[in-house]
Design a protein around this ligand. Structure first.
Ligand code: ADP
Ligand code: MG
Length: 725
């Protein structure tokens, strides 16, 4: 009898060697195996007949092998298979497929799946179809007739699950089908349901057992469309299950945070006046709203955990400074952490202009400071002289002792790590010399700023333990950046255009994907192009070079020169994608633009269009652009809207990549897909809140406890990074 927790190694037919291959795919237990869902299904109950096939459709065909053979062309061997149904025939071709030579025999039944096309003579054919030889169940032989018959009944005359093969093709779709079927048949029938009955009822969920059977072995009557789009009751149950326990964990974390004590900052007229004094411009409506939400949190005696989300250029910095003033005016210190040294410097530069003028004491703590200086700065922080401390994440998080830290601002831009950020600075302020037991210090408030335009619903649910404020309005007077996609041949025109902008006393960025040429052949590189631009193309202009391998002083010097307008053309790599703010720069030329990710292009483009002057982004590309590259460039030309770009990026890359979930410790899902399953995610969040709210007529304490217990074991297994109480 198998349990969900049984290691797959002990499932008959697997063993230690295959278990290792499965483990590499993340499949360790029977439960994992059951969550290895078919990625598509074949309708072998009603397969298409050859006579009714149409060019252009994806089709499953079950037919008999007529003849098969390999023929060699000058370029490669091609394997041709002809199958038939009565008098109708269908040709299938595989390129470079000598390995298929002895696979087929006339008279065998095969199931084929692929895109139907018309050849030059108008005959239908399928190129490189996926196939299964039916009845050929045990290639290694040894099975008796009855076994063969039973096995082939799984392969024909029904809806058949198709699994992705793995382990260099050792574990074929057919292998998975057999193993999963066997495991289902031998699963302990007494399978408890960790989801409380009321939640099940709200969503009409089927039982776990039924769900597993139905996603792997759908009934003949199941809607094929629902199967292909993961919308059968079985799929919904499994997806909801996964999302629900993630949300339940997040909801718990949120509860715990609310139970800690934080600083209750006062927001009186004095503080309000102090804020008004520093504002260099009228805040936008969105900035006012965000500040109000932040100030509201800061006034409560609970620690703030808030995400401030706003597209590049939406003006997050000033909102952060306003929050900083609230803390400082209450006698607390503020830490502002940036993801890169350049950005920390950038913030320091703005803070000095805006806050130092108003009399606040600000220090910059970066790795490139001399040892002595660093020690000094640390002392100022420990003694409470420094009111605002700006530095990189690593630096502040690891080694700095504050006298009285009240607010931490994390500028994540579009890099994620929210979950880790939250474990920051849990230092007890233990000055035990007096013998009096130390009073644990209040948790500082945390404000995380991000430029990733996550659709709001996703942000709310994904960051279930954070509150979210959104800056959905750009400061006035911005004209949208004009973006063009231009082939390399037209480079001379592009350089002329850059020259004109500079003649009008603007500045330009030219961005390259790599620093040095030999990193990837055929890509132009920042260093080489810097020399060419400086010596050949703009010999009369000041051209600078900025990339990640320069030492910190050099980086700082270059940035300052660019900021002051001394450098007119800045040749750079993506080091500038994050946060750099030079409003006089109005042109950005990105070479090999098709090689950059969409989110990255959007961030880069966010460096221009920051002032009132019209700005231009030129996306250069060579002759061959991949189809996906083309779509990215199109999107950039079409829209400046970060949300639209994010949606498309999600579509192209999937949420795992997009959110950088791996570094961020955000759970990666086995069956759920955050784009496709948005609505279920919302439902899961709602239901999690319902469960956490406590027992009622509809839900017992027992059920709640069972759900929480299951949640903890799930989190421990899958999302090990994060502790939940
Ligand atoms: P981001 O959200 O990308 O961090 P910043 O805070 O750097 O954006 O702001 C971008 C630019 O817009 C800065 O030059 C800033 O001074 C300016 N800015 C911000 N808010 C306003 C406003 N309300 N009115 C005018 N300019 C603003
Ligand atoms: Mg910023």
């Amino acid at each position: 009898m198998l349990e969900l927790s049984t290691p797959v190694q002990y499932v008959k037919g697997i063993g230690p060697r295959l278990a290792e291959i499965l483990a590499a795919k993340g499949i360790q237990t029977v439960d994992d195996l059951f969550h290895y869902l078919p990625f598509r299904y074949e309708d072998r109950l009603n397969p298409r007949s050859v006579a009714e096939l149409r060019a252009g459709e994806m089709a499953t065909v079950v037919a008999e092998v007529r003849n098969a053979g390999l023929f060699r062309t000058r370029r490669m061997p091609i394997f041709q298979l002809t199958v038939g149904q009565g008098r109708n025939r269908l040709k299938c071709l595989w390129f470079n497929a000598a390995y298929l030579q002895d696979r087929f025999q006339a008279g065998q039944m095969v199931a084929l799946y692929g895109k139907v096309e018309a050849d030059r003579d108008g005959q239908l054919q399928i190129m490189q179809p996926q196939f299964e030889i039916l009845g050929d169940i045990y290639e290694e032989g040894g099975a008796d007739e009855a076994e063969k018959k039973a096995a082939s009944s799984l392969e024909i005359g029904r809806i058949v699950p198709i699994y992705e093969s793995t382990g260099q093709g050792k574990l074929t779709p057919r292998w998975f089908r057999r193993i999963i079927r066997f495991a289902l048949e031998n699963l302990n029938p007494d399978l408890p349901d960790p989801i409380p009955a009321a939640v099940r009822a709200h969503l009409s969920l089927v039982s776990p057992r039924e769900a597993l059977w139905k996603v792997h072995w759908p009934d003949a009557g199941e809607s094929f469309v629902d199967l292909q789009s993961s919308r059968t009751p079985g799929h919904i149950r499994l997806i909801f299950d996964e999302l629900f326990f993630v949300e339940l964990g997040l909801e718990m974390k949120r509860r715990e945070q609310k139970a800690q004590t934080g600083v209750a900052f006062k927001l009186d007229n004095g503080v309000r006046e102090a804020i008004k004094k520093i504002l260099p411009f009228h805040p936008t409506g969105a900035q006012k709203r965000a500040l109000k939400e932040i100030a509201g949190d800061m006034q409560t005696p609970f620690p703030m955990r808030r995400l401030l989300q706003g597209d590049v250029g939406s003006g997050k910095t000033i909102v952060a400074f306003e929050a900083a003033i609230i803390a400082i005016e209450n006698g607390y210190q503020v830490a502002l952490m940036a993801p890169t040294e350049i950005l920390a410097q950038q913030h320091y530069f703005s803070a000095r202009q805006i806050l130092e003028k108003a009399g606040y004491r600000i220090v910059l703590l970066t790795g490139s400071l001399e040892q002595d200086r660093k020690r000094d700065v640390r002392r100022h922080i420990a003694q409470g002289n420094a009111q605002l401390v700006i530095g990189t994440h690593a630096l502040i998080q690891d080694r700095v002792e504050f006298e009285k830290l009240g607010l931490v601002i994390v500028d994540e831009q579009h890099r994620f790590g929210v979950m880790q950020r939250l474990k920051l600075m849990k230092k007890s302020d233990d000055r035990g010399a007096t013998g009096v037991p130390p009073v644990p210090p209040d948790e500082p408030d945390v404000l995380v700023m991000t430029a990733t335009p996550i659709p709001r619903t996703l942000a709310l649910t994904l960051y279930g333990d954070l509150d979210v404020s959104v800056l959905d309005e750009l400061p006035p007077g911005r004209t949208p950046v004009v973006t063009r996609s231009v082939p390399d041949e037209r480079a001379p025109e592009v350089w002329d255009f850059v020259r004109k902008q500079i003649a009008a006393s603007h500045q330009a960025y030219v961005v390259y994907p790599v620093i040095e040429e030999n990193e990837e052949r055929e890509l132009k590189a920042a260093q080489q192009m810097y020399r060419q631009l400086r010596d050949k193309i703009f010999p009369d202009l000041h051209v600078g070079l900025l990339h990640g391998r320069l030492d910190a002083d050099e980086k700082e010097r270059i940035m300052r020169e660019f900021q002051r307008g001394e450098i007119q053309v800045l040749v750079a790599t993506t080091v500038i994608e994050v946060g750099v703010d030079v409003a006089n720069a109005t042109v950005m030329v990105i070479e090999h633009a098709d090689r950059f990710g969409l989110a990255q292009l959007h961030q880069l483009r966010g460096r221009i269009g920051r002032g009132a002057a019209k700005s231009y982004c030129v996306l250069m590309h060579g002759g061959k652009v991949s189809e996906e590259g083309e779509r990215r460039l199109d999107a950039m030309v079409r829209t400046n809207d970060g949300f639209q770009i994010a949606e498309l990026d999600l579509e192209l890359r999937g949420p795992g990549e997009f959110f950088g979930t791996k570094q961020a410790g955000i759970p990666s899902f086995r069956v759920a897909n955050l784009i496709r399953d948005r609505q279920l995610l919302e439902a899961a969040k709602r239901e999690a809140a319902f469960v956490i709210a406590g027992p009622s007529r509809d839900i017992s304490q027992d059920e709640i406890n069972r759900a929480l217990k299951h949640m903890r074991s799930r989190w421990a297994l899958s999302y090990g990074l994060v502790e939940v109480g």
